[in-house]
Design a protein around this ligand. Structure first.
Ligand SMILES: Nc1ncnc2c1ncn2[C@@H]1O[C@H](COP(=O)(O)OP(=O)(O)OP(=O)(O)O)[C@@H](O)[C@H]1O
Length: 589
């Protein structure tokens, strides 16, 4: 006995069980929100079971009246049977409608919830996942959880009630029949073991394959130009074929196993039905039961086998639910960003909007999760009406510095803060909450499909046409937009299509300027412009009356002369350059 208890304890401590328990608790926290829907669905199912069992008993009476075993009103019983059968159909349709309606609602809510959680997840941790993988987890796994929540527990109750009540009726009329009706259970249980194992493997592989396929499609469609330019058409077509073949093979393997299982299940149900049939005939022949009772038994034996099979099938769906929960937990349980200073930052922004807000960093150190050390005790500062340039060889850390400023990355050492006030003594530490004070124009094209005006209003919905034109002028974009037949109503295609790289960059800068954030970050956002236009854009930003702090990263020393300060990012430091060094850089360029 003690041995057994030690074994059970060992089992419970096993990592796998603990993981399953955690997954169960995670699902339960969602399920709790929908307990009303679950009770409603369960009640409908149990009621439907009652109606269906009642119609089996009435059909027995009907047969017995017809064969003369029982006296009763034939027409009335017939009408009752039709009524119950119709009622049963109505309930099952109502139940299907209610389940679809609730499913859609829960599905949407869970997806929104997980989407919101993903968006506040620590950015660096999130970059460990391919976007295709993230989308698959967010869509398929979340849907699996929502339908599981609504169906699993209610179905467990419904099928159990169905099984017990059908068994009770059988036992009530003829206990010997119960033995035949339950004949299939050991077989079903036996069959379910290999089925479960295969099902678990298949679920995991299927989720991984879907993520791989989705990721491939997403990358291929957004890089058609590169595929063509590098003459990789054949290569990509073949890669898709290989991926699809892998997917098809996995699906067909599983299908073969499902067919074999369902063939076996059908054979078992035949065995059960014919045994019941034979036993029924014998019992009728020996005068123990009536024809009606036999008809009822035959229909109830189907109900019993069906509910056992359905109960067995709840095990693989529980496993699949656990896998989906685990995949979602991997993401939503990553470190979350801290937005607790939101209110404080809003008040700070309100107070210092007119005089401007700057930022400073002191002795900042940062190393990526991968082990790449980018900064060790780096310092810089930038204040309103200043343009600060960050220069340095490729790969030294300019973009990383902007990510640290935006708190997309968390420094491991040093201090960083936004500052304002007369002596710049008013401070708030940089955090995800301070991000709302920034406009960021990253490398690459960041325009969305829609008109120019729509793109602009994405960041400031209440912007007037005049404000939009003003921002376009500051970014030197008005000079080409005004020549377009539709002006600011001209269409921009996906990823800035229809405009040159330099034009799209100027539109992106205009959008950032329109937002009127205290701090503007431009990450090589002027790299596609000619030197004269680049200088003009930066001069416009500098002479604009809005008290903006601007930080630009650039590879071109030609614009350094107009910047307030220049920092060279090199050797894990951020060093301010003197005039002589800037002149030398310009000369060397
Ligand atoms: N997500 C990341 N995970 C791990 N290492 C990274 C990541 N992003 C950048 N790095 C590494 O950090 C270093 C600095 O990269 P960063 O992009 O900041 O350079 P950069 O100066 O902006 O380069 P460029 O001028 O080419 O844009 C590089 O060695 C790079 O490999």
């Amino acid at each position: 006995m003690r041995n057994l208890w030690t074994k059970i304890k060992k089992c419970l401590q096993a990592e796998m069980l603990q993981k399953m328990w955690k997954e169960f608790l995670w699902i339960a926290q969602y399920a709790r929100r929908y307990w009303k829907a679950m009770i409603f669905y369960t009640a409908l199912g149990v009621f439907g079971t009652g109606v269906s069992l009642a119609s089996s008993v009435i059909s027995k009476d009907l047969v017995d009246i017809i064969t003369g075993h029982q006296t009763g009103k034939l027409l009335q019983t017939f009408a009752l049977m039709i009524g119950f059968s119709f009622g049963n159909t109505l309930i099952s349709q109502a139940s299907a409608y209610a389940s679809t309606m609730i499913n859609l609602k829960v599905d949407r809510e869970i997806q929104n919830d997980i989407f919101a959680k993903i968006l506040v997840t620590d950015w660096e941790s999130l970059t460990a996942y391919h976007t295709g993988d993230l989308v698959t987890r967010w869509s398929s796994d979340a849907s699996n959880i929502s339908s599981g929540i609504l169906n699993w527990l209610p179905n467990l109750v419904i099928y159990t009630v169905k099984f017990i009540s059908a068994l009770a009726i059988v036992v009530h009329y003829d206990p010997t029949f119960a033995i035949f009706a339950l004949l299939g259970i050991p077989f079903s249980a036996l069959l379910s073991r290999p089925l479960l194992r295969r099902m678990t493997n298949n679920n995991q592989r299927s989720a991984q394959m879907s993520a791989k396929l989705y990721g491939f499609n997403q990358e291929a469609f957004s890089n058609i130009q590169t595929i063509k330019a590098f003459d990789m058409i054949r290569f990509y077509v073949d890669r898709l074929k290989n991926l699809q073949q892998e997917y098809i093979k996995m699906r067909l393997d599983f299908q073969k196993m499902s067919i074999a299982t369902s063939l076996l299940m059908t054979l078992i149900s035949y065995l059960v039905s014919y045994s019941c049939y034979g036993w029924g005939i014998y019992r009728v022949w020996s005068g123990a039961i009536s024809y009606g009772t036999m008809t009822m038994f035959l229909s109830l034996s189907g109900t019993l086998t069906g509910s056992v099979n359905s109960l067995v099938s709840l095990v693989p769906s529980a496993i699949s639910l656990g896998i989906s929960a685990g995949r979602l937990m991997d993401i939503v349980e990553m470190p979350q960003e801290d937005y607790s200073a939101d209110r404080e930052v809003e008040q700070f922004a309100e107070k210092y909007r007119a005089s401007g807000i700057g930022l400073a960093m002191e002795d900042l150190s940062y190393t990526y999760h991968t082990g790449t050390e980018v900064f060790s005790k780096a310092s810089l500062e930038a204040w309103p009406h200043e343009i600060i340039a960050l220069v340095g060889p490729s790969g030294e850390g300019k973009t990383t510095m902007l990510r640290l400023i935006l708190s997309l990355l968390r420094a491991q050492g040093g201090e960083a803060w936004i500052g304002a006030g007369e002596d710049r003594e008013q401070r708030i530490a940089l955090s995800p909450s301070t991000r709302k004070l920034f406009s960021y124009v990253p490398q690459g094209n960041t325009m969305f499909s829609g008109t120019i005006a729509e793109n602009m209003r994405n960041v400031k919905p209440e912007a007037t046409d005049e404000e939009i034109v003003e921002a376009l002028k500051l970014a030197c974009a008005w000079e080409f937009v005004e020549k377009l037949p539709d002006g600011i109503e001209s269409m921009v295609k996906e990823r800035g299509g229809g405009f040159s790289e330099g034009q799209a960059q100027r539109l992106s800068i205009a959008r950032a300027l329109l937002r009127k954030s205290p701090i503007l970050l431009l990450d090589e956002a002027t790299s596609a412009l000619d030197v004269a236009t680049e200088r003009k854009v930066l001069k416009n930003i500098m002479t604009d009356t809005y008290p903006r702090t601007c930080i630009v990263t650039t590879h071109r020393p030609t614009v350094l002369g107009i910047c307030t300060r220049v920092y060279a990012i090199r050797g894990k430091k951020c060093e301010e350059l003197g005039e002589k060094e800037i002149l030398e850089m310009e000369k060397d360029f």
